[in-house]
Design a protein around this ligand. Structure first.
Ligand code: MN
Length: 244
């Protein structure tokens, strides 16, 4: 494994098997996040026999109201995976009623993860960074990865002090605010992601192979060789998996 895409919706491509094969051939490991518990098992089938694909069970905050009744399923699936995502809160595109439901759902998921102890979560926090960071708190027994973080520097620093990791993508490195945030992240806490197929690279749907662009952009930003970024990020991912 030479690269890691810690946040990719592999089940939402036209031909997921083809994407997975291409990624494997290029040495790209993938955390296949899911948006609702009912798609988790199908995603596991897609990934079966692929050692560098980790399937995460999730419930996207924008779907939390619709699938709140599936939280118990998600918690049951924690018996078969340590990876959880996409979960979190989104206050940007939803109304305040939905925010309450989102917080209930996220709190139940966090409690179950805390009980299990060694989970790794890919967390969405758009417009809700303060609540995400405070709900995780200081003693969460698991590893939180804040995906595509776009909030205030203060919450980023609080999250980092509490042990959070950050997965960054090409869009973040192409924006002024994104690079300002990345500059505050400790290099030992940085992971890479595409958020494909939702995110765009060169106006096209991002694919796991595009992680190479992120690595190159990060190398430029850190003023190091691409190989240094590659090995740093893979080492960071290895240490996430080694945490208990
Ligand atoms: Mn996503």
């Amino acid at each position: 494994m030479r690269y890691i895409d810690t946040h990719c919706h592999i089940d939402l491509y036209d031909d997921p098997a083809e994407e997975l094969s291409r990624a494997a051939a290029a040495g790209v490991g993938i955390v296949a996040v899911t948006n609702a518990p009912f798609v988790y098992e199908a995603c596991c089938k897609l990934a079966s026999g692929r050692p560098d694909v980790w399937v995460a069970v999730g419930l996207h905050p924008e779907l939390a109201a619709k699938y709140a009744h599936q939280v118990d399923d998600l918690i049951r699936f924690l018996e078969t995976t340590r990876l959880v995502g996409e979960v979190g809160l989104d206050y940007r595109v939803t109304d305040s009623d939905t925010h309450n439901t989102q917080r209930d759902v996220f709190a139940r998921i966090l409690r179950a993860c805390d009980n299990k102890g060694n989970t790794v979560l890919s967390i969405h926090s758009r417009g809700a960074e303060a609540d995400v960071v405070s709900m995780l708190g200081t003693g969460f027994r698991g590893t939180a990865i804040l995906h595509w973080y776009s909030g205030a520097i203060g919450h980023l620093e609080a999250a980092q002090n509490n042990g959070c990791y950050f997965s960054i993508n090409a869009s973040m490195l192409a924006s002024k605010n994104g690079t300002k945030l990345v500059s505050r992240m400790d290099r030992s806490r940085v992971l890479t992601e595409t958020d494909g197929p939702f995110a765009k690279v060169d106006k096209k749907r991002a694919r796991p192979l595009d992680i190479q662009h992120t690595v190159e952009a990060l190398a430029k930003f850190w003023k190091v060789e691409s190989e240094v970024v590659q090995s740093t990020v893979v080492a960071n991912w290895t240490s996430v998996l080694a945490l208990d």
